[in-house]
Design a protein around this ligand. Sequence first.
Ligand code: HEM
Ligand code: HEM
Length: 174
Amino acid sequence: MNKGNVSVQKWPASSRVFHWISALLLLVTWLLMLMYSYDESKVYLGLHKAFGISVLFWMIARVINRVFVKAPPSVPMPKWQTIIAHLTHFALYALLIAMPIAGLLMSVYGGRPVDMFGLFQIPVFVTPDRGMARFYNDVHTEIIWPMIIAFTVAHIGAALYHQFIKKDNLMKRM
Ligand code: HEM
Ligand code: HEM
């Protein structure tokens, strides 16, 4: 196949919407935590939690969608790159589900219900336990968050490599 003639096979519209809204929700959740780190307002923390739980709901819906849609055939690339890409994608799905669960467990073990934009509350469904709250705090901030950064940087780096160095139109798929 000649690179220049390959017509781009896109992901289905549903997958593209799930992908870009996930990225947007992640960005907003992170920005709210950044704002909270400058100004310890409960408003930012509350919104961080509500957007974080939204990431969880969105990712569950995204995984269900992923089971039913057909992925476009991979762009030609060395086999090791396809394997690394698939592992990275799988890690991002797992991390974006584990992160809000750890946040939720941190909150409820701390004895705090989670308010979802004033629409409904997730109640404290465990017996509050300071040790467990601290454990999930560490998992949230010291284990999963650095992994999200690492895999996201690798993912965006790979997208830029395809866009500007390989110039194979991979980005158009998503
Ligand atoms: C994908 C979703 C989420 C992401 C990406 C995320 C990200 C973060 C980040 C980057 C921090 C700061 C870590 C640091 O101090 O360096 C943080 C802290 C925190 N997150 Fe999340 N979070 C998410 C979901 C949640 C959820 C659902 C809750 C609770 C329901 C939550 C509760 C908290 C709390 C309470 C802190 C403050 C911890 C502290 O100050 O010690 N997060 N989160
Ligand atoms: C500027 C930012 C981003 C760009 C340019 C981008 C680009 C892409 C592209 C082109 C694909 C399709 C790869 C292919 O068809 O082989 C893809 C897939 C994917 N992206 Fe991103 N992405 C970005 C941000 C993110 C973020 C922030 C996340 C989550 C943390 C993410 C998670 C995923 C996942 C999980 C897949 C795999 C989809 C699947 O196989 O079901 N992306 N991305």
